[in-house]
Write a protein that binds this ligand. Structure first.
Ligand code: AMP
Length: 356
Protein backbone atom coordinates (compact mmCIF):
# COMPACT_ATOMS: atom_id res chain seq x y z
CA UNK A 1 0.00 0.00 0.00
CA UNK A 2 1.30 3.46 -0.90
CA UNK A 3 0.34 5.53 2.12
CA UNK A 4 -0.64 9.22 2.32
CA UNK A 5 2.49 11.35 2.50
CA UNK A 6 3.97 9.48 -0.49
CA UNK A 7 4.45 11.07 -3.90
CA UNK A 8 2.34 10.00 -6.88
CA UNK A 9 3.87 10.59 -10.29
CA UNK A 10 1.33 11.51 -12.96
CA UNK A 11 2.18 11.29 -16.66
CA UNK A 12 0.38 14.09 -18.49
CA UNK A 13 -0.49 17.62 -17.44
CA UNK A 14 -4.03 18.17 -18.71
CA UNK A 15 -7.32 18.56 -16.87
CA UNK A 16 -7.51 14.87 -15.94
CA UNK A 17 -4.09 15.16 -14.27
CA UNK A 18 -5.23 18.34 -12.54
CA UNK A 19 -8.32 16.69 -11.06
CA UNK A 20 -6.30 13.57 -10.11
CA UNK A 21 -3.77 15.80 -8.33
CA UNK A 22 -6.51 17.61 -6.40
CA UNK A 23 -8.04 14.29 -5.30
CA UNK A 24 -4.59 13.00 -4.31
CA UNK A 25 -3.92 16.13 -2.24
CA UNK A 26 -7.23 15.65 -0.42
CA UNK A 27 -6.01 12.23 0.67
CA UNK A 28 -2.67 13.66 1.82
CA UNK A 29 -0.47 12.67 -1.13
CA UNK A 30 2.00 14.84 -3.03
CA UNK A 31 1.91 14.78 -6.82
CA UNK A 32 4.65 15.18 -9.38
CA UNK A 33 3.50 15.88 -12.95
CA UNK A 34 5.50 14.87 -16.02
CA UNK A 35 4.47 16.84 -19.10
CA UNK A 36 6.04 18.51 -22.13
CA UNK A 37 3.81 21.56 -21.52
CA UNK A 38 4.89 24.66 -19.54
CA UNK A 39 2.33 25.88 -16.95
CA UNK A 40 0.03 22.92 -17.55
CA UNK A 41 -3.42 22.70 -15.88
CA UNK A 42 -2.13 19.89 -13.63
CA UNK A 43 1.12 21.58 -12.62
CA UNK A 44 -0.85 24.57 -11.28
CA UNK A 45 -2.15 22.35 -8.46
CA UNK A 46 0.76 19.94 -7.95
CA UNK A 47 3.83 19.80 -5.75
CA UNK A 48 6.35 19.40 -8.55
CA UNK A 49 6.45 19.32 -12.33
CA UNK A 50 9.00 17.95 -14.76
CA UNK A 51 8.67 19.64 -18.13
CA UNK A 52 10.24 17.28 -20.68
CA UNK A 53 9.42 15.24 -23.74
CA UNK A 54 7.75 11.83 -23.30
CA UNK A 55 10.75 10.23 -24.99
CA UNK A 56 13.41 11.95 -22.86
CA UNK A 57 14.77 8.86 -21.10
CA UNK A 58 17.06 10.83 -18.76
CA UNK A 59 14.25 13.07 -17.52
CA UNK A 60 11.94 10.05 -17.17
CA UNK A 61 14.55 8.23 -15.08
CA UNK A 62 14.98 11.17 -12.71
CA UNK A 63 11.20 11.52 -12.49
CA UNK A 64 10.75 7.81 -11.69
CA UNK A 65 13.44 8.08 -9.01
CA UNK A 66 11.59 10.90 -7.27
CA UNK A 67 8.12 9.30 -6.96
CA UNK A 68 6.67 6.26 -5.15
CA UNK A 69 4.13 5.14 -7.75
CA UNK A 70 3.25 6.22 -11.30
CA UNK A 71 -0.09 6.65 -13.01
CA UNK A 72 -1.38 8.32 -16.18
CA UNK A 73 -3.77 10.88 -17.48
CA UNK A 74 -2.24 10.52 -20.93
CA UNK A 75 -1.50 7.02 -22.20
CA UNK A 76 0.19 7.60 -25.51
CA UNK A 77 3.78 7.78 -24.41
CA UNK A 78 6.38 5.75 -26.35
CA UNK A 79 6.51 2.07 -25.46
CA UNK A 80 10.20 2.23 -24.44
CA UNK A 81 9.40 5.06 -22.02
CA UNK A 82 6.64 2.97 -20.46
CA UNK A 83 8.90 -0.05 -20.05
CA UNK A 84 11.61 2.09 -18.51
CA UNK A 85 9.18 3.56 -15.97
CA UNK A 86 7.82 0.12 -15.13
CA UNK A 87 11.34 -1.23 -14.53
CA UNK A 88 11.91 1.44 -11.88
CA UNK A 89 8.64 2.02 -10.08
CA UNK A 90 5.18 0.45 -9.71
CA UNK A 91 3.05 1.67 -12.62
CA UNK A 92 -0.76 1.43 -12.50
CA UNK A 93 -2.54 0.70 -14.77
CA UNK A 94 0.27 -1.51 -16.10
CA UNK A 95 2.06 -1.04 -19.41
CA UNK A 96 0.22 -4.14 -20.66
CA UNK A 97 -3.18 -2.50 -20.03
CA UNK A 98 -2.08 0.73 -21.68
CA UNK A 99 -0.77 -1.13 -24.71
CA UNK A 100 -4.07 -2.98 -25.13
CA UNK A 101 -6.14 0.19 -24.94
CA UNK A 102 -4.22 2.44 -27.23
CA UNK A 103 -4.38 0.48 -30.45
CA UNK A 104 -7.92 0.08 -31.74
CA UNK A 105 -7.26 -3.27 -33.41
CA UNK A 106 -5.56 -4.79 -30.36
CA UNK A 107 -8.33 -3.32 -28.19
CA UNK A 108 -11.25 -4.66 -30.21
CA UNK A 109 -9.59 -8.05 -30.75
CA UNK A 110 -9.02 -8.37 -27.01
CA UNK A 111 -12.63 -7.36 -26.26
CA UNK A 112 -14.02 -9.92 -28.72
CA UNK A 113 -11.72 -12.60 -27.26
CA UNK A 114 -13.19 -11.79 -23.85
CA UNK A 115 -16.57 -12.75 -25.30
CA UNK A 116 -17.89 -9.20 -25.63
CA UNK A 117 -19.34 -7.72 -28.81
CA UNK A 118 -18.02 -4.71 -30.74
CA UNK A 119 -19.10 -3.32 -34.09
CA UNK A 120 -17.78 -5.58 -36.83
CA UNK A 121 -14.31 -4.31 -37.82
CA UNK A 122 -11.51 -4.89 -40.31
CA UNK A 123 -7.83 -4.04 -40.15
CA UNK A 124 -6.83 -1.82 -43.07
CA UNK A 125 -3.27 -1.25 -44.22
CA UNK A 126 -3.82 -0.14 -47.81
CA UNK A 127 -6.40 1.19 -50.23
CA UNK A 128 -7.27 -2.17 -51.80
CA UNK A 129 -7.97 -3.64 -48.37
CA UNK A 130 -10.28 -0.71 -47.67
CA UNK A 131 -12.21 -1.31 -50.88
CA UNK A 132 -12.61 -5.02 -50.07
CA UNK A 133 -13.65 -4.32 -46.47
CA UNK A 134 -16.31 -1.77 -47.40
CA UNK A 135 -17.84 -4.58 -49.47
CA UNK A 136 -18.34 -6.45 -46.18
CA UNK A 137 -19.37 -3.57 -43.88
CA UNK A 138 -21.49 -1.78 -46.44
CA UNK A 139 -21.67 2.02 -46.40
CA UNK A 140 -21.80 4.20 -44.40
CA UNK A 141 -18.86 2.86 -42.39
CA UNK A 142 -16.31 4.53 -40.16
CA UNK A 143 -12.60 4.52 -40.87
CA UNK A 144 -10.36 5.29 -37.88
CA UNK A 145 -6.61 5.42 -37.40
CA UNK A 146 -5.50 2.54 -35.15
CA UNK A 147 -3.66 4.86 -32.80
CA UNK A 148 -3.69 8.42 -31.51
CA UNK A 149 -7.26 9.31 -32.46
CA UNK A 150 -9.44 11.26 -30.04
CA UNK A 151 -12.45 13.59 -30.11
CA UNK A 152 -13.21 12.60 -33.71
CA UNK A 153 -9.65 13.30 -34.88
CA UNK A 154 -8.18 10.56 -37.05
CA UNK A 155 -11.54 9.28 -38.26
CA UNK A 156 -13.78 9.70 -41.24
CA UNK A 157 -17.28 8.51 -42.11
CA UNK A 158 -17.35 6.81 -45.49
CA UNK A 159 -20.57 7.20 -47.46
CA UNK A 160 -21.67 5.68 -50.78
CA UNK A 161 -20.49 8.84 -52.56
CA UNK A 162 -17.09 9.00 -50.77
CA UNK A 163 -13.83 8.66 -52.66
CA UNK A 164 -12.21 5.76 -50.79
CA UNK A 165 -8.71 6.36 -52.14
CA UNK A 166 -8.88 9.98 -51.02
CA UNK A 167 -10.23 8.99 -47.60
CA UNK A 168 -7.39 6.51 -47.07
CA UNK A 169 -4.73 9.03 -48.11
CA UNK A 170 -6.32 11.74 -45.97
CA UNK A 171 -5.86 9.72 -42.78
CA UNK A 172 -2.04 9.76 -43.16
CA UNK A 173 -1.61 6.44 -41.39
CA UNK A 174 -0.09 3.01 -42.00
CA UNK A 175 -2.84 1.16 -40.16
CA UNK A 176 -6.51 1.86 -39.62
CA UNK A 177 -9.69 0.06 -38.67
CA UNK A 178 -12.87 0.07 -40.71
CA UNK A 179 -15.97 -0.31 -38.59
CA UNK A 180 -19.48 -1.14 -39.56
CA UNK A 181 -21.71 1.88 -38.92
CA UNK A 182 -23.83 1.41 -35.80
CA UNK A 183 -27.20 3.12 -36.03
CA UNK A 184 -27.35 3.38 -32.25
CA UNK A 185 -30.17 4.24 -29.87
CA UNK A 186 -27.71 5.99 -27.58
CA UNK A 187 -24.12 6.05 -26.39
CA UNK A 188 -23.34 5.11 -22.81
CA UNK A 189 -20.28 4.52 -20.68
CA UNK A 190 -19.42 2.70 -17.49
CA UNK A 191 -16.45 3.55 -15.30
CA UNK A 192 -15.12 0.67 -13.26
CA UNK A 193 -12.35 0.64 -10.67
CA UNK A 194 -10.36 -2.45 -9.74
CA UNK A 195 -8.25 -2.37 -6.62
CA UNK A 196 -5.14 -4.09 -5.34
CA UNK A 197 -7.10 -6.99 -3.86
CA UNK A 198 -9.12 -7.51 -7.06
CA UNK A 199 -12.20 -5.76 -5.66
CA UNK A 200 -14.24 -4.07 -8.39
CA UNK A 201 -16.58 -1.14 -8.17
CA UNK A 202 -18.72 0.48 -10.90
CA UNK A 203 -20.34 3.83 -11.34
CA UNK A 204 -23.83 3.75 -12.76
CA UNK A 205 -23.96 3.75 -16.62
CA UNK A 206 -24.34 7.26 -18.05
CA UNK A 207 -25.55 8.58 -21.40
CA UNK A 208 -23.08 10.57 -23.49
CA UNK A 209 -24.19 13.12 -26.07
CA UNK A 210 -21.57 14.38 -28.52
CA UNK A 211 -21.39 17.61 -30.51
CA UNK A 212 -18.85 17.87 -33.36
CA UNK A 213 -17.42 14.50 -32.20
CA UNK A 214 -16.61 15.93 -28.75
CA UNK A 215 -18.47 14.94 -25.58
CA UNK A 216 -20.97 17.71 -24.87
CA UNK A 217 -23.29 16.40 -22.16
CA UNK A 218 -23.31 13.39 -19.84
CA UNK A 219 -26.61 12.37 -18.23
CA UNK A 220 -26.31 10.38 -15.01
CA UNK A 221 -27.86 7.88 -14.87
CA UNK A 222 -28.43 6.83 -18.49
CA UNK A 223 -32.16 6.51 -19.25
CA UNK A 224 -32.04 2.76 -19.87
CA UNK A 225 -33.76 -0.29 -18.44
CA UNK A 226 -32.36 -1.78 -15.22
CA UNK A 227 -31.45 -5.07 -16.88
CA UNK A 228 -29.48 -3.26 -19.62
CA UNK A 229 -27.66 -1.16 -17.01
CA UNK A 230 -26.71 -4.33 -15.13
CA UNK A 231 -25.48 -5.87 -18.38
CA UNK A 232 -23.36 -2.79 -19.14
CA UNK A 233 -21.78 -2.93 -15.68
CA UNK A 234 -21.09 -6.64 -16.06
CA UNK A 235 -19.29 -5.96 -19.37
CA UNK A 236 -17.08 -3.30 -17.76
CA UNK A 237 -16.22 -5.61 -14.85
CA UNK A 238 -15.44 -8.49 -17.20
CA UNK A 239 -13.02 -6.34 -19.20
CA UNK A 240 -11.34 -4.96 -16.04
CA UNK A 241 -10.88 -8.49 -14.74
CA UNK A 242 -9.61 -9.86 -18.04
CA UNK A 243 -7.00 -7.08 -18.03
CA UNK A 244 -6.16 -7.71 -14.34
CA UNK A 245 -6.51 -3.97 -14.12
CA UNK A 246 -5.36 -1.97 -11.16
CA UNK A 247 -6.83 1.50 -11.53
CA UNK A 248 -9.76 2.96 -13.39
CA UNK A 249 -11.24 1.93 -16.73
CA UNK A 250 -13.85 3.75 -18.79
CA UNK A 251 -15.81 1.55 -21.19
CA UNK A 252 -17.74 3.34 -23.95
CA UNK A 253 -20.61 1.40 -25.50
CA UNK A 254 -23.32 1.77 -28.10
CA UNK A 255 -26.86 0.73 -27.21
CA UNK A 256 -28.29 -0.54 -30.49
CA UNK A 257 -31.90 0.01 -31.48
CA UNK A 258 -32.59 -3.63 -30.59
CA UNK A 259 -30.97 -3.11 -27.17
CA UNK A 260 -27.67 -4.90 -27.71
CA UNK A 261 -24.52 -3.46 -26.18
CA UNK A 262 -21.45 -3.03 -28.39
CA UNK A 263 -18.22 -1.80 -26.85
CA UNK A 264 -16.70 1.05 -28.82
CA UNK A 265 -13.64 2.00 -26.82
CA UNK A 266 -11.88 1.55 -23.49
CA UNK A 267 -9.67 4.07 -21.67
CA UNK A 268 -7.65 3.00 -18.60
CA UNK A 269 -7.89 6.34 -16.76
CA UNK A 270 -10.40 8.86 -15.44
CA UNK A 271 -12.78 9.81 -18.24
CA UNK A 272 -14.70 12.90 -19.26
CA UNK A 273 -17.96 10.98 -18.84
CA UNK A 274 -17.10 10.50 -15.15
CA UNK A 275 -16.71 14.17 -14.22
CA UNK A 276 -20.23 14.24 -12.77
CA UNK A 277 -19.01 11.92 -9.98
CA UNK A 278 -17.02 14.82 -8.48
CA UNK A 279 -20.18 16.36 -7.07
CA UNK A 280 -22.85 13.67 -7.25
CA UNK A 281 -21.20 10.54 -5.80
CA UNK A 282 -19.82 9.56 -2.41
CA UNK A 283 -16.40 9.00 -4.03
CA UNK A 284 -15.36 10.79 -7.22
CA UNK A 285 -13.73 8.92 -10.11
CA UNK A 286 -10.50 10.81 -9.36
CA UNK A 287 -10.38 9.75 -5.72
CA UNK A 288 -11.27 6.21 -6.79
CA UNK A 289 -8.36 6.17 -9.25
CA UNK A 290 -5.95 7.37 -6.55
CA UNK A 291 -7.29 4.74 -4.11
CA UNK A 292 -6.84 1.95 -6.67
CA UNK A 293 -3.37 3.08 -7.72
CA UNK A 294 -2.19 3.40 -4.11
CA UNK A 295 -3.72 0.12 -3.00
CA UNK A 296 -6.20 1.74 -0.57
CA UNK A 297 -9.65 0.17 -0.22
CA UNK A 298 -11.99 1.41 -2.96
CA UNK A 299 -14.50 4.09 -1.99
CA UNK A 300 -18.26 4.00 -2.36
CA UNK A 301 -19.25 4.91 -5.96
CA UNK A 302 -22.90 5.40 -5.03
CA UNK A 303 -24.81 8.27 -6.59
CA UNK A 304 -26.13 10.88 -4.14
CA UNK A 305 -28.34 12.52 -6.75
CA UNK A 306 -28.91 12.48 -10.51
CA UNK A 307 -26.72 14.90 -12.42
CA UNK A 308 -25.97 16.37 -15.82
CA UNK A 309 -22.41 17.27 -16.82
CA UNK A 310 -21.95 19.95 -19.50
CA UNK A 311 -18.52 20.43 -21.02
CA UNK A 312 -17.39 24.00 -21.54
CA UNK A 313 -15.67 23.82 -24.90
CA UNK A 314 -13.86 26.74 -26.53
CA UNK A 315 -15.94 29.93 -26.26
CA UNK A 316 -18.50 28.22 -23.96
CA UNK A 317 -16.19 29.17 -21.14
CA UNK A 318 -17.07 32.85 -21.63
CA UNK A 319 -20.51 32.12 -20.21
CA UNK A 320 -19.16 30.06 -17.31
CA UNK A 321 -19.97 32.79 -14.81
CA UNK A 322 -23.69 32.39 -15.57
CA UNK A 323 -23.55 29.04 -13.80
CA UNK A 324 -22.36 30.70 -10.60
CA UNK A 325 -25.86 31.99 -9.91
CA UNK A 326 -27.38 28.51 -10.27
CA UNK A 327 -27.10 27.09 -6.77
CA UNK A 328 -27.38 23.52 -8.09
CA UNK A 329 -24.49 23.98 -10.51
CA UNK A 330 -20.89 23.18 -9.59
CA UNK A 331 -18.36 24.85 -11.86
CA UNK A 332 -14.92 23.37 -12.60
CA UNK A 333 -12.46 25.37 -14.69
CA UNK A 334 -9.13 23.96 -15.81
CA UNK A 335 -6.92 27.04 -15.67
CA UNK A 336 -6.26 27.09 -19.43
CA UNK A 337 -5.36 30.58 -20.63
CA UNK A 338 -5.85 30.27 -24.36
CA UNK A 339 -9.35 29.57 -25.67
CA UNK A 340 -9.30 27.48 -28.85
CA UNK A 341 -12.22 25.92 -30.76
CA UNK A 342 -12.73 22.38 -29.53
CA UNK A 343 -10.53 22.87 -26.45
CA UNK A 344 -11.97 21.57 -23.18
CA UNK A 345 -11.83 24.59 -20.86
CA UNK A 346 -13.95 23.33 -17.97
CA UNK A 347 -17.21 21.63 -17.13
CA UNK A 348 -20.25 22.21 -15.00
CA UNK A 349 -22.12 19.61 -12.99
CA UNK A 350 -25.80 20.38 -12.63
CA UNK A 351 -27.15 18.47 -9.67
CA UNK A 352 -30.78 17.29 -9.54
CA UNK A 353 -30.99 17.60 -5.79
CA UNK A 354 -34.10 16.22 -4.10
CA UNK A 355 -35.32 18.04 -0.97
CA UNK A 356 -34.54 15.99 2.16
P1 AMP B 1 -14.39 7.08 -31.08
O1 AMP B 1 -13.22 7.93 -31.41
O2 AMP B 1 -14.25 5.65 -31.47
O3 AMP B 1 -14.80 7.24 -29.62
O4 AMP B 1 -15.65 7.68 -31.89
C1 AMP B 1 -16.12 8.98 -31.67
C2 AMP B 1 -17.62 9.03 -31.93
O5 AMP B 1 -17.91 8.68 -33.28
C3 AMP B 1 -18.42 8.03 -31.09
O6 AMP B 1 -18.67 8.53 -29.80
C4 AMP B 1 -19.67 7.89 -31.95
O7 AMP B 1 -20.53 8.99 -31.77
C5 AMP B 1 -19.12 7.93 -33.36
N1 AMP B 1 -18.81 6.56 -33.81
C6 AMP B 1 -17.64 5.89 -33.63
N2 AMP B 1 -17.69 4.65 -34.14
C7 AMP B 1 -18.91 4.49 -34.67
C8 AMP B 1 -19.58 3.42 -35.35
N3 AMP B 1 -18.97 2.26 -35.62
N4 AMP B 1 -20.85 3.63 -35.74
C9 AMP B 1 -21.48 4.81 -35.51
N5 AMP B 1 -20.91 5.85 -34.89
C10 AMP B 1 -19.64 5.71 -34.47
Amino acid sequence: MILPGATIGIIGGGQLGRMLAIAAAELGYLTHIYTPEQHSPASQVSWKTTVADYSDSKALQVFAGSVDVITFEFENIPHESLEMLESRRPVFPSAHVLKTGRNRIREKTFINETGIATAEFFKITHEEELKRATGKTGLPAILKTSELGYDGKGQVTLRPESDLAQAWKGLHTQEAVLEKFVDFRMEISVIVARGKDGAVSCYVPVQNIHKNHILDVTMAPAPIEKSLAAEAEAIAVKIAEALTLRGLLAVEMFVTKDNRLLVNEIAPRPHNSGHWTMDACVTSQFEQAIRAVCGLPLGNPQRLCDAEMKNLIGDDVNSARNYLTDTNARLHLYGKKEIRPGRKMGHVNILKIQPV
